[in-house]
Write a protein of this length. Sequence first.
Length: 310
Amino acid sequence: MDEFYVTPIQQLNEKIDNNHVYIKREDLLPFSFGGNKARKAKLFFNDIEKVKADYVVTYGSGSSNHCRIIANMAAAKSLPCLIISPKEAAQKTYNTEMIGLFGAKTIFCPVLEVANTIKMQMEILQEKGKNPYFIMGGGHGNIGTQAYVECFEEILAFKKETGVDFDYIFHASGTGTTQSGLVCGKLLNNSKIKVVGISIARKNPYGRNVVSQSVNSYLESQGYAGKYNDAIEFIDDYVVDGYGTYNAEILDTIKKVMLQYGIPLDITYTGKAFWGMNEYLNKRKIQGKNILFLHTGGTPLFFDDIEKIK
Ligand SMILES: *Cc1c(COP(=O)(O)O)cnc(C)c1O
């Protein structure tokens, strides 16, 4: 489980609007189908070991990649795992199947009662003499941000090795943790790469504000004074009708990328973001640039979606 490696960056042989496109394969991180939640989880479990916690508690919906990875890592470390899940989003997916396989316990509650339920369950565990560790949904927080500062540094190392200088990084943005890590990495390394988060659900100004808060919270935790107020590119033009919704173009994109490159995308995150990136480049007439698409994972969702894509 500790043998994480630098994820590969591959160039696509077809240009998009005359831009060179590369993909960083976070989906190939070697634990439980990889993805950005695996990169974050590795750091959370380092912290769990440090504070000697003996119970892992987290939050997420039925399609959550985060919950799958946390449940799998907890199992690998022989730690019991409890997942609080909104009953409004309790659909059965391959991720929920796997969460069951890993022996995690799930408690469903109405979305409005989530915060209370978490607090109550933490107290119950503490009263039983346990030392439970809570991980925010999606691996949100400074530890999750740190994971993507490190990823940004991998991207800079790629530039050093190959001379390929990226103008843009595009990725699916949900809780904004991945994006805040990339933005912090850019700031701390004085890089000029533009980080463009394609929102998969949230609208602005809320979505952008959360990223901005995460950036400032992380910088503060690292001892940097002053606030970062620069524009954060959290693009909400491609959310369709919200989390998990899609259109025919997203389905076409997923099919095309799978057929042409053998790379699985999904409706909720990476397929939506890859399509959004295409639209963004096209609408803004961006040409002749080096573009990096960060593939944030979610491979099990590809199989949930396969009937729709055919
Ligand atoms: C969670 C997730 C995201 C969004 O990441 P955030 O850090 O929450 O913004 C993107 N893609 C996939 C596949 C995910 O599972």
